[in-house]
Ligand binder design. Structure first.
Ligand code: 5GP
Ligand code: MG
Length: 175
């Protein structure tokens, strides 16, 4: 039988918008007088990043980093690599990494280590959703939108096998 997932709403677009606004207020307060470089982890965080920056009244700059992904699998292989790095120098910059989800923590801790080696002035992490039940590596999350249950989620930039990124809410896949 062909796998036909049925998305079910977990977090509505209104709840997401409120969380994005709350995170933006916190970030704005903490980065007063600074010019942070926000780094979006492609592809999943691009929708979150787009909404977040439009709520931020700061002289910020953007970068995009692409890491090796799961492909069609739902489990992390545990092997992460940078497929597309940042052109903007990281050294001495106030870096805020923007990520869609932290699951085992393997992906984001790899990226944080990679960025730390480039000697930023500061390095913080803003995450839309956190799945702490599956954590294998501790991750310091500075700004968090939602804690989510141990279910596979899609929508608002998050995919399953490249589908569902365009959905406006965050859904769980029932199968
Ligand atoms: P980790 O390395 O923390 O296990 O996984 C992080 C990455 O796995 C995320 O950036 C995301 O691409 C993917 N991922 C983990 N859990 C989910 C999920 O529930 N839904 C989707 N769409 N991607 C997930
Ligand atoms: Mg991601």
């Amino acid at each position: 039988m062909v796998f036909q997932p049925q998305p079910k709403i977990l977090i509505s677009r209104d709840e997401i918008a409120k969380a994005v606004d709350r995170l933006a207020r916190d970030i704005e307060r903490d980065y007063q007088g600074k010019q942070p470089l926000l780094i979006s982890v492609l592809k999943g965080s691009f929708v979150f990043m787009a909404d977040l920056i439009r709520q931020l009244d700061l002289p910020l700059e953007l970068e995009f980093i692409r890491l090796s992904s799961y492909g069609a699998a739902r489990e992390s292989s545990g092997k992460v690599r940078v497929v597309q790095g940042a052109k903007t120098p990281i050294k001495d910059r106030d870096i805020l990494v923007v990520e869609d989800i932290v699951d085992t923590g393997i992906t984001i801790s790899f990226l944080l280590d990679y960025l730390k080696k480039k000697k930023p002035a500061s390095l913080k992490l803003c995450v839309l959703t956190d799945k702490p039940s599956r954590r294998r590596v501790p991750v310091p999350i500075d700004y968090l939108g939602f804690t989510v249950p141990n279910k596979f989620i899609v929508g608002y930039g998050l995919d399953f096998d490249e589908r569902f990124r365009n959905l406006p809410h965050i859904y769980t896949l029932e199968d």
